[in-house]
Design a protein around this ligand. Structure first.
Ligand SMILES: C[S@@+](CC[C@H](N)C(=O)[O-])C[C@H]1O[C@@H](n2cnc3c(N)ncnc32)[C@H](O)[C@@H]1O
Length: 250
């Protein structure tokens, strides 16, 4: 009979998981994406270390768009009490269950759901909410960020692809009502790739500009919003601000 560990080793994963026997799971394209996950892990650890100098034990977390559970496992390894791991794709939820079993993390609770459909009242609030690699795959990114805010009682860390910004003033119906632009969304087409494991489930994607994202977070109920600085040697997209990571505090 094939063991869970053998099942993991037989295929390629989006992530290079450090497995309990000392080996790692084979990741896409011989590890060509590992650098982005490493940079994001480092940036996540830096925020948590600064915000929780005594560690994350007894903190609860939510990992929105958990995919195969990489960041859920990362948080569980760091000692969080529990992680609610949410993804729209059933196959990712099954993989998160498999990985959690092998890692011995019974405190990771996978939940299959579209982020927009989460019943935030029933799920309650959690200290740490992760929203990595998600909002630029959505046609309602603000709705998803509102869900993240509703689930969050302390810090929400958002990581996203961003588009070039635009600023200036807009005549809002007439020159007498001039409004400043607070950012923009870029429309990106994933309509032909909704089968892709990392893609949108509906196909029409709105990716924010950095300024727009910061403005939205401040206006949906976060009291402090910080754009995080990538570390030396960061993955190129984070280094050059084509993706950003933001910590938003309740
Ligand atoms: C680029 S991957 C990011 C995965 C992971 N958070 C990370 O950053 O490594 C996008 C993920 O979002 C999930 N996803 C896409 N649309 C979603 C939705 N409406 N609700 C929940 N998850 C969704 C996909 O299934 C996929 O796991």
């Amino acid at each position: 009979m094939t063991t869970d560990l053998e099942k993991i080793k037989q295929r390629e994963w989006f992530y290079s998981f450090q497995l309990p026997d000392g080996s790692s799971s084979k990741s896409y394209g011989n590890g060509e994406l590992d650098a982005i996950h490493d940079t994001r892990s480092q940036m996540l650890d830096a925020v948590l270390a600064e915000h929780y100098p005594h560690g994350v034990t007894a903190k609860t977390a939510v990992d929105l768009a958990c995919h195969q559970g990489y960041f859920s496992v990362h948080l569980a390894n760091a000692g969080v009490e529990s992680v609610l791991a949410v993804d729209a794709r059933t196959e990712h939820i099954e993989d998160t269950q498999l990985i959690s079993r092998v890692m011995g993390h019974s405190n990771i609770k996978p939940l299959q759901s579209d982020v927009h459909l989460l019943d935030t009242e029933a799920l309650g609030t959690h200290d740490i909410v992760l929203c990595f690699g998600l909002i630029y795959h959505l046609e309602n990114p603000i709705g998803a960020l509102r869900k993240a805010r509703a689930l969050c009682k302390d810090v929400c860390i958002i990581e996203t692809q961003v588009v070039p910004g635009m600023n200036g003033n807009v005549d809002w119906g007439s020159y007498r009502f001039v409004k400043p632009l607070h950012g923009v969304f870029g429309i990106i087409d994933e309509t032909w790739e909704t089968h892709g494991p990392e893609a949108s489930i509906t196909g029409i994607c709105l990716a924010p500009s950095t300024e727009g994202l910061l403005w939205i977070l401040r206006n949906i109920g976060f009291s402090r919003v910080e754009l995080l600085t990538p570390p030396d040697g960061a993955y190129e997209q984070l280094k050059f601000g084509k993706r950003v990571m933001v910590a938003a505090y309740v």
